[in-house]
Design a protein around this ligand. Structure first.
Ligand SMILES: Nc1ncnc2c1ncn2[C@@H]1O[C@H](COP(=O)(O)OP(=O)(O)OP(=O)(O)O)[C@@H](O)[C@H]1O
Length: 274
């Protein structure tokens, strides 16, 4: 997505001075430090930073799972209001997340059929005839190269890590949220399946126009998939822009260091220094 094309799209999620502080006095940690951001509809944004830079804390703020100490988050241009349980539940129809660990995302007592049926029900399909629900579940599974007939009556823990991650994307296919927050969703799978999952996410974005916020420490991956990249260090955005601007023409020393840390497969390993 080109910069001017992106900016002509309406704002989906934005923030001004968003801050999260944990603890007090000399135990105080400023995990997210006065960050501003503008995420547009249909845009794929990566937030890149090392461990402890504040990515997870920011994700929780975006998802409405924790409250900012300072600053404000805007949804579709208006201050986000999740002050009541009902409003929060409404917001959670618009934003969904997939996490690093697919095992933590499922209720171990729910069969796969129930996991998918819950999504259909959440999107107003409770009264659909069973035949239509089966059709929707089959379509969602085949979107992620899974066969519903082979999954029916199984529990998520009977699947491999990679299959579970695919199932998470099948859920998103059914839920069609406006925003998807993906926190290292491909961490548990091999490189080949990773490329497939990423292509599925891009395809899903193209089909539904959803905004995808991708949280990662992998700057190479961010370059491959993103329209915009935000680089996070010690709770602050030290650099932001299009993937080309940030990665091919980086200005911040921290970004340059992240790039130089990416292993280059054509370099010979010097094992004498290990
Ligand atoms: N509940 C909490 N209480 C106190 N400090 C916290 C809490 N959660 C996070 N922190 C601190 O906030 C900072 C940012 O943590 P965060 O988990 O957001 O980083 P991260 O970039 O997501 O790291 P990782 O990639 O390892 O998950 C860290 O210094 C962490 O110790």
């Amino acid at each position: 997505m080109k910069n001017n094309e992106k900016n002509s799209r309406p704002l989906c999620l934005s923030g001004k001075g968003v801050t999260k502080v944990f603890g007090m006095g000399n135990k105080k940690t400023v995990a997210v430090d006065h960050v501003d951001f503008e995420f547009h509809e249909g845009e794929l944004i990566s937030i890149v930073g090392e461990s402890g830079s504040g990515k997870t804390t920011l994700s929780k703020l975006l998802l409405g799972l924790s409250n900012a100490t300072e600053g404000e988050i805007f949804f579709q241009g208006k201050p986000r209001d999740i002050s009541t349980r009902k409003k929060k539940k409404g917001y959670w129809k618009d934003i969904q997340a997939i996490f690093q660990d697919p095992f933590s995302s499922y209720n171990i007592f729910s069969k796969i059929d129930t996991v998918l049926l819950d999504c259909i029900n959440m999107r107003g399909g409770r009264t659909f005839p069973m035949e239509k629900k089966m059709e929707m579940m089959t379509e969602a599974c085949s979107f992620v190269n899974l066969k519903f007939a082979e999954l029916t009556n199984k529990y998520p823990f009977e699947l491999s890590g990679g299959q579970m991650q695919r199932l998470m994307i099948a859920r998103i296919f059914l839920l069609k949220p406006k925003i998807l927050l993906a926190d290292e969703p491909t961490s548990m799978i091999d490189a080949c399946s990773r490329a497939t999952i990423l292509d599925m996410l891009l395809h899903l974005r193209d089909e539904t126009g959803m905004t995808i916020i991708f949280i990662t420490h992998d700057i190479g991956l961010a370059y491959y998939i993103s329209d915009s990249v935000y680089i996070m260090e010690h709770g602050k955005f030290v650099e932001r822009g299009t993937a080309d601007e940030v990665i091919l023409h980086s200005k911040a020393d921290y970004t340059k260091r992240l790039i130089s840390d990416v292993p280059k497969i054509y370099e010979e390993w010097d094992l004498s220094t290990v």
